[in-house]
Ligand binder design. Structure first.
Ligand SMILES: Nc1ncnc2c1ncn2[C@@H]1O[C@H](COP(=O)(O)OP(=O)(O)O)[C@@H](O)[C@H]1O
Ligand SMILES: [Mg+2]
Length: 146
């Protein structure tokens, strides 16, 4: 079952992220799929707000650091794998401990992890660019384990 939403501004995408974020539990993994500029980081700002991270704290794509950690009511790990090239790179950042830990993990460019690299239980959020300010955002709970 997937839920589809259309947002018409960055603010609406933040608001959707905030509403979605209120459904998250400690340990949840959220994979954000979509092209550059489709709204993944914008959506993450809403998730951060729902976890009690003050809006004054900037949430930017951690392109150079790979992982940014924020202290909210639940710890938030914002992970951007854009620059990751192979499984060796992934091993070197101790991602396992984070993905299977008690924080909420939000991952941009999850495709870099390969087909077996993502947890079997996770949220998939798909971002499609409709036009300049329009985004189609699909939310899906994935559970391929038993
Ligand atoms: N409805 C919308 N939702 C999210 N971003 C939007 C929307 N309309 C326009 N934008 C713009 O698209 C860009 C999205 O950037 P960002 O969230 O960093 O994308 P990504 O992390 O997917 O690369 C921003 O420049 C934002 O202002
Ligand atoms: Mg981004």
């Amino acid at each position: 079952m997937s839920e589809k939403y259309t947002t018409r501004s960055p603010e609406e995408t933040v608001a959707l992220g905030r509403t979605f974020g209120s459904r998250l539990k400690p340990g949840d993994v959220v994979a954000l799929w979509g092209d550059l500029g489709s709204g993944k980081t914008t959506f993450t700002r809403g998730i951060a707000q729902s976890l009690g991270i003050p809006p004054s704290i900037p949430i930017t794509s951690p392109t150079f650091t790979i992982i940014n950690e924020y202290l909210g009511t639940t710890r938030l790990y914002h992970i951007d794998l854009y620059r990751i090239r192979g499984s060796e790179d992934v091993e070197s950042i101790a991602l396992r401990e984070i993905l299977y830990g008690n924080g909420v993990s939000v991952i941009e460019w999850p495709d870099r992890l390969g087909i077996d690299g993502l947890p079997e239980n996770r949220w998939d959020i798909l971002f499609d660019i409709l036009d300049e300010n329009g985004r189609l955002i699909t939310i899906e709970w994935i559970s391929t384990g038993d």
